[in-house]
Design a protein around this ligand. Sequence first.
Ligand code: XMP
Length: 515
Amino acid sequence: MSAPQETVLVLDFGSQYAQLIARRVRELNVFCKIVPFKISPEEIRRENPKGIILSGGPASVWAEASPKPHADLFKTEIPTLGICYGMQLMGQMMGGDVSRASHREFGKADFFVDQPQGLLNGLPNSIISWMSHGDYVTKLPSGFQAIGHTENTAIAAMANAPAKKYALQFHPEVAHTAMGKDILKNFLYAICGCKGEWTSQSFVETSVAEIRAQVGENKVVLGLSGGVDSSAAALLLHKAIGKNLIPIFVDTGMLRKNERAQVIEMFEKHFGIPLCVVDGEKQFLHELAGVVEPEKKRKIIGRLFVECFDAEAKKHPDAKFLAQGTLYPDVIESQSAFGGPSAVIKTHHNVGGLPERMNLKLVEPLRFLFKDEVREIGKVLGLPEKMLQRHPFPGPGLAIRILGEVTKERLDLLREADARFIEELEKSGQYSKTWQAFAVLLPVKTVGVMGDERTYEHVAALRAVTSTDGMTADWARLPPELLEKVSNRIINEVRGINRVAYDITSKPPGTIEWE
Ligand code: XMP
């Protein structure tokens, strides 16, 4: 087993920036986890962190319901950095004074370095900092010194070097703060004594050891879709437990052209990992017959997926664990820091209801990672570039891209049109520049003319969007020549479609999918 990795904990007080702090720390090659602010001293000890960072937060330390950490937090020897609200907490709980500012300070402020050592080592006399606070420390706790100020705030940074307690009124994690990363680096390396051992490679090694320790000789079932997350999770588990991993691929019949074959090919031929393939097409089509309402389609598909997966998993009664490729943004809901002692970690299930129904213990090796970090891990594990860059694909698949009833004929029609769109996007280099791109089959027919003949066929809509997280999106400005090529190919090569439209709706007010 490898040595325990050096870890820094971020206590989340409801800051919009908590994830960004974790992100910056990991960019500095130190593993970082966000934990609820109520974490007990025993739990902290169990994590054995090299350092603790207290995030900012929207509350005032004077508000009755404001989130407060365990009273003993500041009594530990562990190096601690308070940011914004975290600084005010440190000020108040360690015996200093905190006052409400006469005017709240938001945005850029010149921060003057009074002690260019320790936390602020290597910084110039002043830097631009990013402020967002209504309270400030007016009296230092005993043993502390002011190490920096702004025009409005005499104590904009403070330190008790022997106790290894540091605090900043501004946010070093945001890009607007010049040299913020240098400050975090000082904290991690000079103050916490981190060595910077966190890399994608080290993550894989540590995860493999952790998975082995967690599951022992037991078998683990995993729902594999062929997307980046579940594929990376499958490879990681396979590396850890080999044949004891049972990857289950449910073919809902709602997949894209050649998708099933590609996933099987990659896992079985390329990686030598056999898959349990469930052929659900008939059953899914049967239950979807006559259904046009989008939410009803989703419910039917969700239920059938669980049934199919469950039935396959039951063939392996010795499986005691269920692995999922759940990512960090699915796990943490930072706003719930105010939701009470048991709040914060909210497990989001990509496949609704699966774990509850199945009485299996969860293995979620990617639960602390962001999407681009998972891509890096996937690369280390040998996932081909094409799989790493794959667009997200919704669980209900093509069913929510066929408006109206889902039939085999309509699925085939859409698959053909979609495949041509994607092929041309890849050839033109536009695929990697879009967040998602796909064809939609509309439930209308229009008149056209081909040769000397009148046609009366279906319409396909093309959707391509740019986005960073899928929450908001803009329609992609694809080159007209590319759209022309796609339109020509679909109309000439896909019998049954005689018109192609391009969707120019952003999200909001539209959604990415049409249903
Ligand atoms: P919308 O259409 O809401 O989609 O803008 C945002 C992102 O979520 C995906 N999506 C789904 N994924 N089950 C899923 O697993 C669903 O029912 C579902 N609906 C939308 C969509 O593809 C986009 O990435």
